[in-house]
Design a protein around this ligand. Sequence first.
Ligand code: R5P
Length: 295
Amino acid sequence: MKTLVFNLESDAALAAQITHGLQAEAGSLEMRHFPDGESYLRVHDRCADHSCIVFCNLFHPDEKILRLLFLADTLKELGARQRILVTPYLAYMRQDKRFHEGECVSSKPFAKLLSQAFDGLITIDPHLHRYHSLSDIYSINTQVVPAAPLIAKWITQHINQPVIIGPDSESEQWVSQVAEMAKAPFQILEKERLGDYQVNISTPELSAYLEHTPVLVDDIISSGRTILRTLEHLESANMKRATAIGVHGIFAGNAYEGLSNKANVVTTDCIPHISNRIETANALSKAIRIMQHSL
Ligand code: R5P
């Protein structure tokens, strides 16, 4: 069985590293739009009985999802033995509850679509808040690559006397792991989200850590407000200049500019950005190999 890696509108460098790590072949896709705006997609490889890895990073998912489903369907018709979706960022996981009457709990229909289209899914630290695991909503084989060991290694190599800070109770799951691996103390703050751009963070009790370097760790940096409010508290507590680490740096609008004025901003290379410092390709390749054997 040959392994083919198809990159669907995602980071070419990360796709190439994964292809190299798997000693696989890069699949060739032809995509364009018809004059009426509909999508044309063609697979140029023979896929019958091969393992087909689709690398499609689902941030800004609405722009990609239709072509992703078309590709999955085409690979099935071409006889692919297995179709594994690799999306370092798994979208729609934050819509895990009906907050107001009539709202779509979009994590569920999104999971249904991907579960119908693929045999397996690999992602990095999905946002698990009200769901205990991906299998609560995904009916296919899923594998989560944890970023904690990669982040802890980076902190150990680059930060002197860190104190790890999580901005909210959800962050404790990865902050506590990072702190343990980096052999550093940690603090978890309280967050209240009032709207897309409005966030309140509790005043932390950090006087014991004035000699430490605060290292904020969060899974997603989107509007950047969670990290920004936390940094403001650290400043008023007279802490040293902080480092803010995000697993998934989405940086909506000018979020990065606002944050980088106040802290050193570091992200994994899940989503291509100038703040990328932590590499994920090896961990992803390893997870793909494990899943290929388990399907
Ligand atoms: C919250 O539930 C997440 O863990 C992140 O804290 C959140 O998604 C960050 O969003 P933003 O950057 O928009 O404050």
